[in-house]
Design a protein around this ligand. Structure first.
Ligand code: NAD
Length: 542
């Protein structure tokens, strides 16, 4: 243990750089983009001190330029996954015993590396791997990941400070032990910050982790792994494996040492993981922690008192930034009849002012490609269906083209059926569906918002009328874990708006808060009696 009550540096949110023409950051990120684009990167499995090249590889390509290859990544066989567990358990012996301030220093260093020498690399990698504009890359892979790392260190020290009272003659204390065994982190394609945070948050609390990034994010995951190595995360504390998710998952969940899952991704995958863990429950040495943040069908409801221009901007930004591939993206919108035409005309004007979807290397593009062909085909099929259905019409967009990149035009569907398929189903793309309600049906429409979807992730009410805001805040209490008043439902900032949803959207353990870190520790209460009694007889016996 350290010999001092150390105070960690106060966490502050990393300032977002502008990338305006002529700025040094713009030059640096575009230069790095070219370097990556014009070279071939080979991503190994990272297990213990080894970089394993299995020979069984998969190509990596930018979604906006899918015929171009950025390189390959190696995939794991079952023996590699078993090796990752063994290496974790060996590393745990030293890692769990390391004084907490040493762990803190490693992850604070990782934050500084991303803020400085790795900033252009991690942003360029995210532009290429996930087709983010430079602004979307900056707020995700640089700023949000830096914030997760810095704030989690502060939250860890707050957790450690939380100690019980002690009565006279005794001293009670709590130590926050890491879980026994290893944690399995499974991360989605859409946020480089989440990919880094899920393994790092558990490791920060003294755990060891097998991390499986999404196939579509390996290129930027590799930069995270380079940062972890340079920051001094010891070998075996975070092992990164890629490949068949079913085989990897079955192998890890079959281990008696599996002690928790840190998942972000779609609802059906998470439910199947939960089921598998349940089926294996008799094999485990400990009850595994199950933490998952999953899908959403996030809403905006506008009251007749809301300013049309503000509602339109919330829709344009909330639905279309990063091609609607944020779990928090607005995808169902409720507009009052009195202002609906004006709002829709403004959104149409916004969308028509965008360049056609293109490469993020051209910084004037607001919309780029969706992540892969599967996503493209799914979105195209829902757009075609809306064109054919009598109760739906396309207000703007509705075109798509996958010849060069997976480009879907930002699309607004207007429906007369409040439970139309695209009002209920998570599409995860630049498609938003609007339902227009009679102004007099405001209260009824709030019930509709609450009952239309299985999800409860984010949502927004837009209104000037304070009574309407109050009514919506109460009526929509359980249908969003992050609820916005007069704002778009995206853009949660670590340390300010801890993020997570309920119902089918996840376990709501709020990434970017102390609540999440508490899932990765098992407190041990130590009661010490300072002078032990020497007679069993209590006074009442006399
Ligand atoms: P996904 O569910 O397809 O994949 C997520 C991860 O699970 C990937 O690593 C994938 O390889 C793995 N996976 C897939 N099938 C698996 C299986 N059978 N067993 C084990 N692992 C498996 O999700 P995605 O497309 O990468 O991400 C988009 C989804 O994530 C959306 O539903 C979105 O709403 C959700 N998401 C939620 C949040 C949140 O905080 N609530 C944040 C980001 C993304």
């Amino acid at each position: 243990m350290g010999k001092g009550f150390f105070q960690v540096p106060t966490a502050i949110n990393e300032p977002v750089k502008s990338y305006a023409p002529g700025s040094p950051e713009r030059e640096a990120v575009l230069a790095q983009y070219k370097v990556y684009y014009n070279s071939q990167t080979e991503v190994p499995l990272y297990i213990g001190s080894e970089e394993i090249r299995s020979g069984a590889t998969q190509p990596m390509s930018p979604p906006h330029d899918h015929q171009h290859q950025l390189g390959h990544y190696h995939t794991a066989e079952k023996k590699h996954v078993e090796q990752a567990i063994a290496s974790n358990l060996e590393a745990r012996k030293s890692w769990a015993a390391l004084p907490w301030e040493q762990r803190a220093a490693i992850f604070l260093k990782a934050a500084e590396l991303i803020a400085g020498p790795y900033r252009a690399k991690i942003n360029a990698a995210t532009m290429l791997a996930q087709s983010k504009t430079v602004h979307q890359a900056e707020i995700d892979s640089a700023c949000e990941l830096i914030d997760f790392l810095r704030f989690n260190v502060e939250f860890m020290s707050q957790i450690y400070e939380e100690q019980p009272d002690s009565a006279e003659g005794i001293w009670n204390r709590v130590e926050y032990r890491p879980l026994e065994g290893f944690i399995y982190a499974i991360t989605p394609f859409n946020f480089t910050a989440i990919a880094g945070n899920l393994p790092a948050s558990a490791a920060l609390m003294g755990n060891v982790v097998v991390w499986k990034p999404s196939d579509s994010q390996v290129f930027s995951a590799n930069v995270i792994m380079q940062v972890f190595k340079e920051a001094g995360v010891p070998d075996g504390v975070i092992n990164m494996v890629m490949g068949d998710p079913v085989m990897i998952t079955e192998t890890l969940l079959a281990s008696p040492d599996f002690s928790g899952i840190h998942f972000t991704g779609s609802t059906h995958v998470f439910k199947s993981l939960w089921q598998q863990i349940g089926n294996n429950i008799h094999h485990y040495k400990t009850y595994p922690r199950i933490v998952g943040e999953t899908g959403g069908k996030d809403f905006i409801i506008a009251h007749p008192s809301a300013k049309p221009q503000q509602v339109a901007t919330a829709i344009t930004r909330g639905a279309f930034e990063f091609q609607g591939q944020k779990c928090s993206a607005a995808s169902r919108v409720y507009l009052p009849k009195s202002t609906a035409d004006e709002i829709l005309a403004l959104v149409k004007q916004d969308v028509e002012s965008f360049n056609a979807p293109g490469s993020p290397e051209d910084l004037s593009n607001f919309i780029t490609a969706v992540i892969h062909e599967g996503a493209f085909d799914k979105l195209a099929s829902y757009i075609d269906r809306a064109k054919a259905d009598a109760d739906a019409e396309i207000v703007v967009g509705g075109t798509y083209d996958k010849s060069v990149g997976y480009f879907i035009a930002p699309t607004v569907i207007l429906t007369t059926t409040p439970n139309y398929v695209t009002m209920e189903t998570e599409l995860f793309g630049p498609v938003v569906t609007v339902y227009v309600y009679e102004d007099a049906d405001w209260s009824e429409t709030l019930k509709l918002v609450d009952s239309t979807s299985e999800y409860a992730l984010t949502g927004a009410v837009m209104a000037a009328d304070r009574y309407a805001i109050t009514e919506a805040t109460t009526a929509l209490q359980n249908c969003a874990g992050n609820f916005y008043i007069n704002d778009k439902p995206t853009g949660a900032v670590v340390g300010q708006q801890p993020f997570g949803g309920a119902r089918a959207s996840g376990t709501n353990d709020k990434a970017g808060s102390a609540q999440n870190l508490l899932r990765w520790v098992s407190p041990r209460l130590i009661k010490e009696t300072l002078v032990s009694p020497e007679d069993y007889r209590y006074p009442f016996l006399g």
